[in-house]
Ligand binder design. Structure first.
Ligand code: MF3
Ligand code: CO
Ligand code: CO
Length: 265
């Protein structure tokens, strides 16, 4: 068990590779931030992501990944994750999660943010706040060598404060030279996550998906990607890529202009 995890511990040179990937991805998130306004289509957001990545000579990780055909995911309102960019134009009152993953010199940076479009409902604001606070609470609770379940314990505790729920079918993940790798990072504590440890040198995501209603999911049977809440309730998500160091967690995808821990939406 520990033997498998030890293989994931990156050297200092490898960690620099992950830092560079995270920084580029965050810079890209800051670039698109200014465009996310009423009227822009999710397809236009994707084009901006694609062109920025290509013009910097990097690679959008989702493009062609398991047959996915876009350079980011755009998940609006009741879409939990993996929304496919297309003709939908954002309108006042929407919430949208934009999830971007880049490959920089073979290393992955993966992050997402939920954006509020114009004036949104109290419920939309609250579920967004909850997902943001849950992510930061979980990250702040991490210590070198802690169990993966620390993340789930903290996310569930934050969701419970609001009476909101935590999605179980989609989870965080290890990443590095591969997009999705061991360990699985569920946002609720389970048997496996109580056994897996986050050792110095390991990289992984924390990306809680919080539903305002029930936790259950409904994958779209037509496009086979879009995942909605089963009850049609709103869902929000934030994601950061984390490097565990000898001194604690280091967030690799911090934006210059993004919301910081403690932010009120
Ligand atoms: N970026 C997502 C994650 O956080 C994965 C998207 S895979 C795709 O893990 F194929 F749907 F794009
Ligand atoms: Co991820
Ligand atoms: Co992601």
């Amino acid at each position: 068990m520990l033997q498998n995890l030890r293989k994931l511990q990156l050297s200092e040179v490898q960690r620099q590779g992950m830092r560079a990937a995270g920084q580029f991805n965050a810079q890209l998130m800051d670039y698109i931030r200014g465009f996310i306004q009423p009227g822009i289509t999710t397809g236009e957001i994707d084009r901006l992501v694609h062109e920025y990545t290509i013009s910097h000579k990097h690679t959008p990780a989702t493009l062609g990944y398991l047959g996915y055909s876009k350079s980011c995911c755009t998940s609006v309102n009741d879409v939990i994750c993996h929304g496919i960019p297309g003709p939908y134009a954002l309108k006042d009152g929407d919430i949208i999660n934009v999830d971007i993953t880049s490959i920089v010199d073979g290393w992955h940076g993966d992050q997402s943010e939920t954006f509020l479009i114009g004036s949104v409902s109290d419920k939309a604001r609250a579920v967004t706040q909850c997902a943001f606070d849950a992510m930061h609470r979980a990250i702040a609770a991490l210590t070198p060598g802690c169990t993966v379940s620390v993340i789930g314990e903290n996310v569930v505790a934050e969701a419970d404060k609001y009476g909101f729920t935590v999605v179980r079918e989609y989870v965080g993940h290890g990443l590095g030279r591969r997009f999705h790798q061991y360990p699985n990072v569920p946002h609720f504590p389970d048997r496996k996550s109580r056994q897996d440890h986050l050792l110095p040198g390991m990289c992984f995501t924390v990306e809680p998906m919080i539903n305002a209603g029930a936790r259950f999911t409904k994958p779209d049977t037509t496009d086979n990607w879009t995942v909605r809440t089963r009850d049609g309730s709103l869902s929000a998500q934030f994601e950061h890529t984390i490097l565990m160091t000898e001194n604690g967690p280091e967030i690799l995808t911090t934006c210059a202009n993004g919301p910081k821990i403690g932010h009120r939406f």
